[in-house]
Design a protein around this ligand. Structure first.
Ligand code: TYM
Length: 330
């Protein structure tokens, strides 16, 4: 059985970008009986923004609810909170000795974030973030790490760290493969198609949240910026329309050229209306499940976490024990 590991950070409301770039596929993988899926909520990673504790607790449960709503609810899928399995923290410290400052300096996400935050925001936790990601993945001998484009560099670093460790101590970690889907790997902001659609943006008018209601979704899509001209076509000089076409293509399963033909000569208005309808229709059942799961008294989230925690701890503790033995720590 192949193992899949991935996670979604509980730093705020999840977006259509998270869903299309990662969670939709995780739901599909969860249904595959050939795969064992470890999908976790990296709540320790979330500390880099020093969240309000109550908010972190709520957002972490919400992330589990969205994972379940996206279809990650099969017997051989294990959902858990990163902080429930202390081996993640312990292996991070160990792997810090197998990653270099030079490598971490090259991480584009750190460069982008720390530039925005200034000196005060350049926390060691933010810098070390990719090493913890390596621990997250290597504890489970993952074959595959399905992520959006922005996380690929981190998984490549994971491979380098694992290879370095194996070279020194012998075969210990499986070298995981990052898998980034060909379409939808980078959904862009609807108001600024040069920026990734992101939950950490202050201005959410170009960002569809999974929790947005029908009216808000339609408004955001109808007001999405478009490019010059009136043709619904994907092209390098039409980044806004290309982004909308990608969203429609991933949601409908239809290739972009087929969609271009369908909307030839019809202008942006019709296209946007159909897209809004499709997004609303896709998210509605997910939102319904999410709302059910988050209702006080519903214990499905706790049950899923218990099921996941048990299996995750078993594997993670065994791997950590092996590493500690090798290093003379046990
Ligand atoms: P996070 O929480 O930022 O995002 C979760 C997943 O959603 C993808 N994603 C997108 N895909 C396409 N278009 C977008 N606009 C978009 N925004 C987000 C991300 O690529 C990601 O796959 N560091 C990770 C969480 C993590 C993790 C790990 C992942 C911690 N440890 C170990 C894999 C393995 C993160 O912050 O993802």
């Amino acid at each position: 059985m192949k193992r899949v590991v991935s996670g979604v950070k509980p730093t705020g409301d999840l977006t259509l970008g998270n869903y299309l770039g990662a969670m939709k596929r995780w739901g599909e993988m969860s249904a595959d009986p050939e795969l064992e899926c470890f999908l976790f909520v990296p709540n320790l990673h979330a500390l880099t923004v020093r969240p309000d504790p109550e908010e972190l607790r709520r957002n972490s449960r919400a992330a589990v609810a969205w994972l379940l709503a996206a279809g990650a609810d099969h017997e051989h899928t294990y959902l858990f909170m990163q902080s429930q399995v202390p081996a993640h923290s312990e292996l991070t410290w160990i792997l810090n000795n197998y990653a270099t400052v030079g490598e971490l300096n090259r991480m584009t996400q750190f460069k982008d974030k720390s530039q925005k935050l200034g000196a005060e925001g350049q926390l060691v936790g933010l810098y070390d973030y990719p090493v913890m990601m390596a621990a997250d993945v290597l504890l489970y001998d993952a074959d595959e790490v399905p992520v959006g484009e922005d996380q690929k560099q981190h998984v490549e670093l994971t491979r380098d760290i694992a290879t370095r460790f194996n070279n020194v101590h012998g075969e210990t970690f499986k070298i995981p493969k990052p898998t980034v889907q060909t379409e939808g790997a980078r959904i862009m902001d609807l108001q600024d198609p040069t920026r990734k659609m992101s939950k950490s943006d202050a201005d959410l008018s170009g960002c569809i949240l999974l929790e947005d209601d029908e009216k808000v979704i339609r408004k955001k899509i109808m007001r999405a910026v478009t490019d010059s001209g009136s043709q619904v076509a994907a092209a390098a000089d039409k980044p806004a329309v290309t982004n909308l076409l990608v969203i429609m293509s991933v949601l409908s399963g239809k290739p972009i050229d087929e969609l271009e033909q369908k909307y030839a000569g019809r202008g942006y208005g019709d296209f946007k209306e159909d897209l809004a309808e499709l997004v609303v229709r896709t998210l509605k059942p997910l939102q319904r499940t999410y709302t059910q799961l988050m209702k006080p008294g519903n214990d499905q989230i706790d049950k899923a976490l218990e099921h996941g925690w048990w299996r995750a701890s078993e594997l993670a503790n065994a791997k950590l024990g092996q590493v500690k033995e090798l290093l003379g720590l046990m």
